[in-house]
Design a binder for this molecule. Structure first.
Ligand code: 3HC
Length: 295
């Protein structure tokens, strides 16, 4: 049994909106904080779209959708999160931005509030050590699309209280997820394995091994992956993959985590994947078409 009743979510982008949705769906009163009114409107629309899709598919009753939306409160103020039992941070992968927010919340929230981060690649220690509650700070790493992917990595630092860790682990189950315990090293379990795989696919493309489509086709039809590596890169976001790779390279100093030049170039030109309609594929037409990247 978890004592958690109210949840705060920081950020309502791709991951934050998914986390907010499953939290409210699980019955928690959920506060969602974004930077400004435009981002609040975008976040609210993301959640509504996802719930509407479930209603259209007959997986969710429209009354339940309205109840779920009714449990969500959007705000631009960190102070509104003062009474939540757990804060889950899902903002951009920038340690200074994250630590600034946690710094404010450290003063605003009660001393029993658990802090959690959905970081993909930073260590939890880098955030927990900057607060006055390292013993109440965990990692909760979800996967995109959050409402669909069953896994959550619950990250244990060397400083966390074991009851807080257990409580958070149980909380993850109440969200309908399968938690696994991971140690606090950059990338945890999944990204430790997945990021070098995606970077290797880019290196294969740079070296002219095969075309974008054929590499994707090989990994879907040859190994049963739901998406090929380039479709997955575009899905995760080319910019996000680049930042994750940089942070992991910084942590391990191993070339397998180093962003390949092509990835850098794509970031320079704003080829961020699906979100900008252009990455390894062009998404402006009816079907994605591989982009000519000059290889
Ligand atoms: N929100 C809510 N539901 C969604 C969704 C979304 N964004 N996208 C898809 N779905 C649901 C659909 O409604 C559908 O539900 P149903 O089967 O009950 O009708 C189901 O998921 C399957 O969707 P589709 O039929 O539209 O499409 P696919 O069968 O191709 O599945 C996919 C889509 C689930 C995204 C699948 O391609 C997949 O599993 N891809 C791999 C995703 C992956 O690897 N994610 C992890 C990325 S790494 C990460 O997140 C870590 C970070 O730190 C980088």
């Amino acid at each position: 049994m978890t004592k958690i009743r109210t949840v705060g979510v920081l950020g309502c982008g791709l991951m934050g909106s998914g986390i907010a949705e499953i939290s409210a769906k699980a019955g928690y009163d959920t506060w969602i904080r974004e930077l400004n009114d435009d981002l609040v409107a975008r976040g609210r629309a993301n959640v509504a779209k996802s719930l509407d899709r479930a209603v259209e598919k007959g997986k969710l009753d429209s009354n339940v959708r309205d109840e779920v939306l009714g449990r969500m409160r959007f705000t631009t103020s960190l102070e509104e999160l003062k009474d939540v039992d757990i804060v889950i941070e899902a903002v951009t992968e920038d340690i200074d931005i994250k630590n600034e927010m946690f710094g404010v919340l450290d003063g605003v929230c009660g001393e029993r509030t658990i802090f959690a981060s959905n970081t993909s690649s930073l260590t939890i220690a880098a955030m927990a050590a900057a607060t006055n509650r390292p013993h109440r700070f965990v990692g909760l790493h979800f996967f995109n699309p959050v409402p669909v992917m069953k896994l959550v990595e619950v990250v244990r630092t060397i400083a966390v209280d074991k009851d807080v860790f257990r409580e958070t682990f149980e909380f993850a189950k109440t969200l309908g997820k399968e938690p696994v315990e991971a140690k606090d090293t950059s990338g945890f379990i999944v990204n430790r394995l997945l990021v070098p795989y995606m970077l290797d696919a880019i290196r294969c493309l740079e070296q002219g091994l095969a075309t974008t489509e054929d590499i994707d086709k090989s990994m879907t039809l040859g190994t049963g992956y739901p998406m090929g590596p380039f479709t997955l890169c575009d899905f995760v976001g080319i910019d996000t993959l680049y930042y994750i790779a940089e942070i992991m390279f910084e942590e391990f100093r191993e070339t397998r985590y180093a962003p390949p030049p092509l990835l850098r170039r794509m970031v320079s030109f704003g080829y961020f994947g699906r979100k900008t309609k252009r990455g390894f594929y062009d998404y402006s037409g009816e079907k994605p078409v591989a982009v000519d990247l000059g290889i």
